[in-house]
Design a protein. Structure first.
Length: 218
């Protein structure tokens, strides 16, 4: 997979603008026909890794609650937190996928922070998930996310993240349509933040590679 070219990036931005203007909360976060499957993939992955209702989960880039619509009913009240800079997506997800009553019953917490400030909830998390976030992010943004993640993880915490694995690395500093990285670089970035990192075999509909990050034990 090659890094984003200017034409592809411009087309991606135009499509995002159209989806935002149309209020198409499903298409904005990815292929509409994969909306249900990508959400189920994340739920199945974390429950496979041990997620139970009493755990605290942080959903980084939760979008229109593609996965949140499964996680929020499953977890105990107040145990789901989501970060999404496009706040309208969360509102649309609540309204159209879960219903407003879910906020009273399950007490999910949300932030529209756009700088990966995962610590703003004042919560230590058992699980963190970032599905197709690093696939758009610069190295600077990934470093910021990993530093913040490390600060809200306990020794037993698991951070599951997907990325586009490629033979070359995106070298820009902006959010783009496709930002590939080598596995070696991702593991190096994890080590910088005292995190162990290993790839896992878990099917992703768009071919992304899943990583599991855990706190490094001295």
């Amino acid at each position: 997979m090659r890094a984003t070219d200017p034409d592809r990036h411009a087309e991606w931005l135009a499509r995002k603008r159209r989806d935002r203007q149309a209020g198409d909360y499903r298409a904005f976060v990815g292929p509409d026909e994969l909306y249900d499957l990508v959400g189920a993939m994340q739920f199945n992955l974390l429950t496979h890794l041990g997620l139970r209702e009493e755990h605290y989960l942080l959903d980084v880039g939760c979008g229109s609650l593609r996965a949140g619509r499964l996680f929020i009913p499953y977890l105990l009240p107040g145990h789901y937190c989501g970060i999404e800079p496009e706040a309208w997506l969360v509102d649309a997800g609540i309204k159209s996928e879960l219903g407003e009553e879910i906020k009273r019953v399950k007490l999910p917490r949300f932030s529209s922070d756009g700088d990966f400030t995962l610590s703003l909830f004042g919560q230590i998390f058992d699980f963190i998930i970032a599905q197709s976030i690093f696939s758009h992010a610069s190295v600077r943004q990934i470093r910021r996310c990993l530093a913040e993640a490390r600060s809200v993880m306990r020794p037993s915490s698991i951070f599951a993240a997907s990325f586009v694995r490629g033979a070359e690395c995106y070298e820009g500093d902006e959010w783009v349509s496709c930002a590939p990285y080598t596995l070696e670089l991702m593991m190096e970035l994890a080590r910088e933040h005292s995190l162990d990192c290993r790839p896992i075999e878990w099917h992703h509909p768009t071919g992304q590679q899943w990583l599991l990050l855990t706190t490094r034990q001295s």
